[in-house]
Each structure stands twice: as C-alpha cells, then as structure tokens.
Design a protein around this ligand. Sequence first.
Ligand SMILES: [Zn+2]
Length: 450
Amino acid sequence: MLKKVGVVVLSAGFLFTIAWLPGWVGSGQPSEPGNDNENQKVKNIIYMIPDGFNADYATNYRLYKEEDVVWDEHMKGMYTTHSADSSITDSAAAGTAMATGYKTNNGVIGLDPEERELETILEASQESGMAAGLVATSTITHATPASFASHVKDRNNETAIAPQLLENEVDVLLGGGKNNFLPGSEGGNQESNHLIDQASDQNYAFVETRDALQDAEIDIEAGEKLLGLFADDALAPEMHRDETKEPSLADMTESAIGSLEEGEDGFFLMVEGSQIDWAGHANDAAWAMQDIAAFEAAVEEAIAFAEEDRETLVVVGGDHETGGMTVGMGENPEMNVDPSVLKNVTATGDHMASALNSDRSNINEVIGTYTDFELSESEIQTIRNADDAASAFNQVISDRASIGWTSTNHTGVNIPVYAYGPQAADFTGHLDNTDLPKIMAEVLGVELGG
Ligand SMILES: [Zn+2]
C-alpha cells in the first residue's frame, strides 16, 4: 500500500518537472487548456454574454448537444448578480455592472443610482487607443449592448441610446434595430434624426444583409467603421434565421473580429447571445437550446481567433438566469431528462401558436410540421384550452425534454464564468458581476474611472 502511494507521488513529480522544461509547451505537446499562454499580456478582450444563461442552461445544453461543449473546459468561477435595488437584476443593471464595475438600479443604463455617469470598460479601452465593437441579436440599442456605450435613465429609451453609440464612435456595431436609427418620415422611431446618414458622415460603412456583411471591408487604422443593422427590430430567433437575410451570431462575431484585429493597439469586443433570455421568459426550451448552439458557434469563432493570436482574452458569462430553468421536473420517478429531443423542434412556441387556425382544430398538424412528437389527447386538450397557446406549446415541448421552469422572469442565482487566454485564471473563485470589468481593466492596464 505504502509502496503504491510512493510510486504515484514519484510519477506526479516527474511529470511536473518535465512540464516545466523549456520547449515543452512550444513543442506542441498537450498542456492545460488556456494555461500555455497564461502569463502573456492581454492585447484584446472578447466579452461574450449569453443573456439569461446559467449552470442549468449549461447542463441542459450539454445533454441536448450530446457532445463536448466549447466552454466547459474553461470554467473558472461563479458570480453574484443582484442589482443596487433588487436581489434579482434586470439586464440594464446587470449590463451596467458587467460594463462599469458599479451596481445600479434595475432599468438604468451606464449611470449609478444617483444618475452619475459611469465609465464603461469599452470606453476605457477606447481611451487607451483600442478599437471597440458591439454585437447582438437583439436591437443593438437593447439593454446589454447599450450598457457598454451609452448612459440613460431608462433602458426603454432606445432612441436616446442609438445616437450615443455613434457619438461614442464604437468602431463596429452589428445587430438589429434599424428603426431606432431612422426618422419617423422613413418609418423609424427617431423624431427627425437620420442616424444612418449621420453614421455615413462619420465614416461608417452601412450593411443590412448577411452577404453585404461578408463583403464589407473596413480599414480601422484609417478611421473607417462598420454599422450593420440587419432587421427593423430584433433579429429572428436562431431557428427562423434561415428564412431571412440576417447573419448568424457567429457570422457577426467573425466579421467584427476580422475588422477589429487590424487595429494596432488591440480591441475590446462585446458579443451578446440576446435571445437565450427571451426563450427563458417564454419558457421555450427548444428556442433556448438552439440559441445557445448559435452562441456556442460564436464562442468557437472567438476562441479559434484567441488560440491563434495568443494575446486575446475571451470571457464568457451570462448577466442573470431567466425562467428558473431546471434539469428534470415533476415527480419524474425514472429521474430521466432528454433535451436532445428538442433538436427536431423547428419553430418557437410563438410561431406554432401563430400557425393555429381560429378554432385550434389543427394542433396535430402544427405539431407534425414543426416537431417529431405525437401528442397525447390530454396534451392536445391542454393546448386547445390554453389562454396562451404559445405557452401551452412550450410547456408540452419542455415536458418532453423534462426541462422544468419556475418563473417567466429573471431569477437571482449565481452565474458561471468561463475564461480562455492570458490571465484567464484571474476569474477564478466566487466573484460579483462588478468584478468582471475590474479584472479586465487590470489585465489590460487601463483605468476604469467613475
Ligand atoms: Zn439579461
């Protein structure tokens, strides 16, 4: 027994010595993920926010995918998310905390509870000469992206947020919400400002489709910028994106990195998987899983770039949980969950509800069109009699996967943080959401002011 222990200790010591010999890491031998360039300097940061995502989403998604998930090996810690005035945060206060390092009240963007302006990590990065970008599948003026480059009392005031994103000269802006940049005379929400014209005066190239984004080339060093607004309002949910000319989140992430990496002094890029949260509010498990898959594809783009570049830190963390999602639900005597059945669901609950005829006599047809489930008589009755047919579809479909929901709003649980690249270990342990931008400022060597 003793002898055996001795052998184990000896081998571990031997391996440890070998691992530290010069050339071991550079020789292409396997090393701990993210650790081989752990001590290098950080030139670029890609901050990726899956809105509404927590450990339960992570677990259900792993079971859904039935394969390794890109972020699992980069798990570092967890953080608290409460806002200044509530134990449950909204996306504005969460975004502000994650962008500025300060707590504020729910609904507030980039201001403290006394309405003093807070500097964001994006602004501090720009101050030090770095390029900056924001990418989202919501309107680009929605709470999370807005928190990085605007300052308003009310998150719903998206027409006040839009001009601030341009005044801040964010080099790359990609998402939805064209209406918030157009005047009423052109069907937009601005009173009279034509912000797309203004953007072109500011040297922004403007694109509106996936193809145009692919062809867009800007010279960051020459002061050229990129504004991509691919829908009047939010982009389509991932499962309906193919019916549009809108890019995927991975397409936008790839384009943003491609433009920003030409800057000599590094870049800060925030990428939001905006609609995971909306799926959570709707308790739509299939929409949630498929939008997480789209977000994962974007994280893969970021990590592939960081692996090559070696001076890029990628940080992934949600702003709060939405829906009180659980892994398993009800009495469940077999203790079984099977989220992978959601792969064959091709529409949101909302979309299925809109396909119902007025007496709801075509429930079986709708389910047959968009899923491979056969409904029981009681499930059909549930949908037929529901006040809200979309919710009923979502409940029936979530039940098939044994994904439970306890809320249609946000919850207050801790959120996991994942990090890859130089200084990734700084995100280890039990943190608060305000710690994230503070750590980023520290590793970038920039001053995050008040
Ligand atoms: Zn949120």
